[in-house]
Ligand binder design. Sequence first.
Ligand SMILES: NC(=O)c1ccc[n+]([C@@H]2O[C@H](COP(=O)([O-])OP(=O)(O)OC[C@H]3O[C@@H](n4cnc5c(N)ncnc54)[C@H](OP(=O)(O)O)[C@@H]3O)[C@@H](O)[C@H]2O)c1
Length: 274
Amino acid sequence: MDATGTALVTGASRGIGRAVALELAARGFDVVATMRDPGAGADLPAEAAARGGALRVARLDVTDPTSIEIPDGLRVLVNNAGTEAPHPAFEDTPIGLWRDMFDTNVFGLVEVTRRAIPSLRAAGGGVLCNVTSSSILAPVPFYAPYRASKAAVSAICDTLRAELAPQGIRLLEIMPGPIDTDMLAGSDRPAEAIENPVYEAMARRFYAQRSTNVPEQTTSTADAARLIADAVLDDASPMRVGCDPMSIGMIDYWRTVSDEDLAGATVGFLTADD
Ligand SMILES: NC(=O)c1ccc[n+]([C@@H]2O[C@H](COP(=O)([O-])OP(=O)(O)OC[C@H]3O[C@@H](n4cnc5c(N)ncnc54)[C@H](OP(=O)(O)O)[C@@H]3O)[C@@H](O)[C@H]2O)c1
């Protein structure tokens, strides 16, 4: 697609959403950078202008339907807003944690998307881009609510891909690996599952593995945003793409490996004797 018309990004106050909003503006879209607290984006219009782009900030809390305003002429929607923690063992996870996770990561995204589809259609089509996570490609322990919320969005992508293709609306699922944001920094600690003696050893191993792999493979938000914008603009892009070396490698591997082999490698490591 060409970089004209309006692009709306949710969760653009910081992290990946902020970088994507700036990158899409630099590519030529009129960007609406939405966030819960517009004050957090006060510097964004000037930053976009310095890169030759146009960007305005608007309030949008994905869990508050009254705050959802979809502009006319929408050509790109980036559903980026998300929440991730905490991570007790499954049996210790209260149902309220599941509900909170799904309120933001699934139901919020659903409501924004539902309302955006008529505008995308009226603009002659465009791109509907959902940010999930490469963590759904591996049997990661202790992340069930987060991974389930992202897997739900992944399934939504498949359905919308079929429903919206005839309307010229292309689906894109971005599945990030470790990107240098507050969310990633917040995950640099053992999962709460460590507090349950049954899961303590596994939680320690899982954290040790994270501490080895993640820091050396972390990608900047600017680099991730460039790959996300490339995929938005590339009509030949596969629906599921990474935005950093780790996720690109994981998706390539996932396309070739059986789920049994994938699970075997992970579970074997997490349960091996020290
Ligand atoms: N960073 C990674 O390594 C990584 C890996 C895989 C997937 N992801 C996914 O990438 C997306 C962005 O993550 P990030 O790393 O940039 O996280 P982040 O730095 O924690 O930023 C999260 C963003 O989501 C916003 N948000 C949370 N709840 C919201 C709500 N109810 N309404 C509107 N906005 C809301 C936050 O707004 P406030 O400023 O108001 O809190 C913030 O702008 C998420 O969907 C995340 O799951 C990230």
